[in-house]
Design a protein around this ligand. Sequence first.
Ligand code: CO
Length: 456
Amino acid sequence: MGVKIVDTCLRDGHQSLFATRMTTDEVLLALKELDQVGYHALEVWGGATFDACLRFLNEDPWERLRKIRKVCKNTKLQMLFRGQNILGYRHYADDVVEKFVEKSIKNGIDIIRIFDALNDLRNLEAAVKATKKYGGECQIALSYTTSPVHTVAYYVELAKKIEALGADSICIKDMAGVLLPEDAYTLISELKKNTKLPIELHSHCTGGLCEMTYLRAIQAGVDIVDCALSPLSGGTSQPCTESLNAALAGTKYDPKLNVKYLNEASAKMMKVKQKYLDNGLLNPKVLSVNPNILKYQVPGGMLSNLINQLKSQGASDRLDEVLNEVPNVRKDMGYPPLVTPLSQMVGTQAVMNVISGERYKMVPKEINEYLHGKYGQAPAPVDEEIRHKIIGDDKVITYRPADDLKPEFEALKKEYKGVAKSDEDVLSIALFGDVALKFLNQRNADAIPTKIKVKA
Ligand code: CO
């Protein structure tokens, strides 16, 4: 059987290229055609798409999902889920995790890709359990990174545990695009030997390696790869769907996608791309190759965040120092993979260490909590001297962090019964607080007929 393709153009594609600003109308523009292509799935939803809908587009992310589902009759819909962080940035109580999974599936999601920044599987348990309970397909992603502890053996052990946890498939999530072709070949060969689960690969073109890495992964037997329709591909995004389909056509790996529908969808989405090129949200810089990420091992999004943070502090000239400090902070913290929210935390700490002139003189709240064990277990031991400098003799928790969290959902539902018209609204508030409230208040006000509005 050929390689299966997941197209990311409606999630990671625009998230990587123009800050997730695609509107629902633009998402729907070529959806009928995309639904005919023959994909394994379309990735359509995740933390940034949800956040950007509420924060920047004044749109209801749940409504977007329902509209997509209505059009997609043939293709599975996939979302990205940050374990106990759901789509947000902190740990939520188990009841919120379960309710979010339930509502995601009921509103149209088929496959939930669940990951934890630290690969601490305890942070995935609640989401995995809920996905299975509500009949969703459960994929667990390994956050891929390089470090002395992130060896092939480490990932094989993790994959075995993932299989035991009841996942339906495994994804290697190479958010930074640093997986080298031969490493991919070795890693996937070993994973295929040691688990029965289908393996998917997700990487980025940022460093100029991704097409080579995908080819070696395919030769090693990878089952599914993540690509993006041409207008949303390349640069900091995924490899181009049409090109990979052409490269493999006629071989035993042939994905057998429908070229006619691919071309029709591309022509439509090219107009969307042009709009973002014209309005400047799509900076042509992100479309070119940046081999520096291989040296610094930081995801493209993190690199642009660091540049912005330094610029706002008038310290743009200190980028090299900060980039050299990032691996030191990572080592001190026990080599966390640099993915949300750890990428932001490690990046901010590196900036503070450089700007303040003394390492760990200033520490963000999140790093402080991390050192208390509140994000879960670090892949390797953290530097105890630095931990002591920051949190003194405070107790460090070793149990599952969410065990400390009391149920949240019913209390929120009661508190916001005026503004939240559905459980979906309550979940938006649970995850995005004031941002969601501002959107919902506006939506509710707009829904009142003009006559009554004038009276009030
Ligand atoms: Co990605």
